[in-house]
Every structure is written in structure tokens, then in C-alpha cells.
Unconditional design. Structure first.
Length: 147
């Protein structure tokens, strides 16, 4: 009887050990993914994009000025994220699409005057919404969430 109990406890200990090892490996992989995201994106999300965003303004003719700063930051971030083209193509394609949409919005505002305050307000809201979407996408990737 004692041999049976010992065998059951040993088997249980082996199962718990395997589960602990699996959980530790999964946790380590998540930490590596998060670290990769930090290395690639932190400088853009914390410094470059916000700084470029603050330089945007409309001149007295309703033309957006300094849009190239934000477009350059977005393009540079997309290039820095090329690793994900091979590691997670779905994420990479979504990121590039979001960045390209925002770049298009900025270029259009630089080429087509938005003379009225309402039009400019709509533009600022669209920029904010687009940036929030980009940040949310990257944050989901960082924590391993579903895209």
C-alpha cells in the first residue's frame, strides 16, 4: 500500500515539475518578446513621435506645417520594426498600415488647406485617434495579446 502511495506521489511530483518548467519557459518567452518591443519601439513611443507631434501646426493659410517630422518618425519606426515582418507578419502589416494611414493624413493636410477651425479640429482628432491606435497595437504586441 505504501508503495502505491509513493508511486502516485512521485507521478504527481513529476507532473507538477513538467507544468512548472512549461510555465517558466512560456514566461521567459513573454519576457523576451516584451524586451524586443522595448528595444525597437520605446524611443519612438516615448520621445520621437510625441516630439514630432508637438511641432505640427497650421499656418494662417490653413496649411499643415512640420508634418515631415512626424512622417519621418513613423517611417523610421516602420523600418526599425522590420524584424516583425519575419517574426509576426500580421502585426507588422497592421503597424505599417496604421503608420501609412497617418502619414497620408498628414501629407494631405500639408497639401490641401484646412482653413476652417472645424476642419482643423477634425484633423487633430483624426491624428489623435490614429496615434492611439498605433500605441495600442504596439502595447498589445508587448504584452502578448491577440491582435
Amino acid at each position: 500500500m505504501i508503495d502505491v502511495i509513493s508511486a502516485v506521489l512521485s507521478l504527481f511530483a513529476i507532473v507538477v515539475s513538467i507544468y512548472a518548467a512549461f510555465t517558466a519557459n512560456k514566461s521567459a518567452a513573454a519576457a523576451i518578446r516584451s524586451s524586443n518591443c522595448g528595444v525597437i519601439f520605446d524611443d519612438y513611443l516615448i520621445k520621437k513621435i510625441p516630439q514630432a507631434r508637438t511641432t505640427l501646426r497650421f499656418d494662417d493659410k490653413g496649411i499643415l506645417c512640420n508634418g515631415n517630422n512626424l512622417c519621418d518618425a513613423l517611417a523610421d519606426m516602420s523600418m526599425a520594426a522590420l524584424f516583425y515582418r519575419y517574426d509576426d507578419k500580421i502585426f507588422f502589416d497592421k503597424l505599417v498600415k496604421e503608420c501609412s494611414s497617418l502619414e497620408d493624413l498628414i501629407v494631405e493636410a500639408g497639401n490641401k488647406p484646412k482653413r476652417f477651425e472645424d476642419n482643423q479640429h477634425e484633423f487633430w482628432q483624426a491624428v489623435q485617434k490614429s496615434l492611439e491606435s498605433i500605441y495600442r497595437l504596439i502595447d498589445k504586441k508587448r504584452v502578448g495579446g491577440k491582435l
